[in-house]
Design a protein around this ligand. Structure first.
Ligand SMILES: [Fe+2]
Length: 132
């Protein structure tokens, strides 16, 4: 997980340094890298049946949707908007996402490893007929 985050962080830094003429292509490559990273996370989420699976998937989808829309504006000449998002918005979004959704996923994985696999997320109450 940390490797994925470091790779995205490094890719953001590299994208910031790209000259304007190459920015649209570099941004497209960055979005593709984010998609691959998200797919890896999503495979882990599904494997562990993480309780926050749907919220996490939704957050990934919203982010990718926003980035694809931004890419179309960048291709139409919105380089400065793209740079602003790369410099200010994405680092904060990634930090927030990592400390909330990804952290919860990591905790779920650790919990599953310790307590018996993906089905460990089922509480004792849900396994029995105990009403809440
Ligand atoms: Fe995530």
């Amino acid at each position: 997980m940390d490797r994925l985050h470091c790779a995205l962080s490094q890719a953001l830094k590299e994208l910031s340094a790209v000259e304007d003429l190459r920015f649209a292509d570099a941004f497209r490559n960055f979005v593709a890298k984010m998609e691959r990273s998200f797919r890896q996370e999503e495979a882990w989420l599904e494997e562990t049946q993480c309780p926050s699976l749907l919220m996490h998937l939704e957050e990934h989808a919203r982010a990718l949707s926003a980035l694809h829309h931004l890419h179309s504006r960048i291709m139409a000449g919105g380089i400065s908007e793209g740079r602003e998002v790369v410099q200010y918005v994405l680092p904060h979004w990634l930090a927030f996402h990592i400390t909330t959704m990804d952290f919860a996923m990591t905790n779920s994985r650790d919990h599953a490893d310790t307590y018996g696999g993906p089905n460990a997320f089922l509480t004792e109450e849900s396994d029995s007929n105990v009403l809440h």
